[in-house]
Design a binder for this molecule. Structure first.
Ligand SMILES: [Fe+2]
Length: 331
């Protein structure tokens, strides 16, 4: 039994809350699953986007840094370099036009491990990709506003440049990821499905660039990739295993919707492990996820003060309104 089930969420740093919300919901067609704040500091928004139910493996989250200074992301060794979403085969041209209409500059369509890939940067500069995948059974979000049959189905993979590839291969192998293949300087790891296939949304691509500069997280970059662990009990077991590894590991933290623990793996890549219980409906109903500003319960008494420090955001322009605008954009 492996420790992880696939990717859980990926977290980046965005420049502007309204633009971020409008892009991820209105252009990428994800649902805003949770609108909350940084649970460590409370001074910045933390937006969660995903599929209709907020399933693990679909959740892109961004810290909104417009009121908190942060230097720009520097791509390099020990950094997460791209987040990739899975889309159905034959839909990349649709997405290239849609992304260009939305003000991004998609690159030329390329090929990787036999699948077509389109790279683009989101409105904050976060390096992102769409990958056509024939082997992804996941159901796309219902509230997407994206033309039927073209929707994002969740993550495909995340890429990172390891500082020392052999150490990263050892670490990710120890938590259950297996070698999918190597293409040039890129080695893909993933989870097998027990049926001679691979689990969609379980891939991490480790890129070996020994000459690259030291990477640094920052604005327009990805801070960490979280992997999904079955349960809190399983996380506690994993914590005991990892705590003896010599790696710097945080305690198990209550994130209201799930539990988290963080570490930097031996190749310098920031990793989190998360379960998904009690889940997104602990503070708002399933049909209106992302509608309220959700705070950690211990901060509820300070809601007015916290809200007063956050930048203005038009909560009324929610996903449903944006969905209708997105339809016009995509068709
Ligand atoms: Fe996280």
């Amino acid at each position: 039994m492996t420790w992880i089930k696939g990717l859980h969420h990926i977290t980046g740093a965005a420049t502007n809350g309204q633009a971020d919300h409008d892009f991820y919901t209105g252009v990428l067609g994800l649902r805003m699953v949770k609108k909350t704040v940084n649970h460590e500091t409370g001074d910045q928004y933390h937006f969660f986007y995903g599929d209709q139910d907020g399933n693990a493996g679909t959740i892109m989250t961004n810290f909104i840094m417009e009121n908190v200074p942060l230097p720009p992301y520097q791509r390099g060794r020990g950094s997460l370099t791209e987040v990739a979403y899975s889309i159905p085969p034959g839909s990349l041209e649709y997405w290239r036009d849609r992304l260009a209409d939305a003000g991004t500059e998609p690159k030329e369509i390329a090929e990787r491990f036999g699948d077509r890939v389109l790279a683009f940067a989101d409105l904050s500069g976060i390096p992102s990709e769409l990958i056509e995948s024939a082997d992804d059974p996941r159901t796309p979000p219902a509230l997407s506003g994206v033309t039927e049959g073209k929707q994002i189905r969740g993550f495909h993979s995340v890429s990172a440049i390891s500082r020392i590839l052999e150490l990263s291969l050892g670490f990710f192998g120890a938590i259950g990821l297996e070698g999918f293949g190597t293409e040039g300087d890129r080695t893909r790891l993933g989870l097998k499905d027990g049926n001679n296939g691979w689990i969609a949304g379980s891939f991490i691509d480790l890129v070996d660039e020994p000459e690259a500069p030291w990477g640094r997280w920052g604005l327009g970059g990805i801070h960490h990739a979280a992997f999904h662990v079955e349960s809190k009990e399983r996380m506690e077991q994993l914590w005991r295993v990892l705590s003896g590894s010599g790696l710097i590991l945080t305690d198990l933290r209550d994130r209201k919707y799930f539990h988290s623990m963080y570490l930097t793996e031996p190749g310098g890549i920031n990793i989190e492990f998360s379960n998904l219980a009690p889940g997104w409906t602990v503070d708002e109903p399933a049909d209106s996820l992302g509608s309220i500003l959700s705070l950690p319960s211990q901060w509820e008494p300070h809601r007015a003060e916290i809200e007063g420090k956050l930048p203005p955001f038009n909560f009324d322009k929610g996903t449903l309104d944006r969905k209708n605008e997105a339809k016009t954009l995509g068709e």
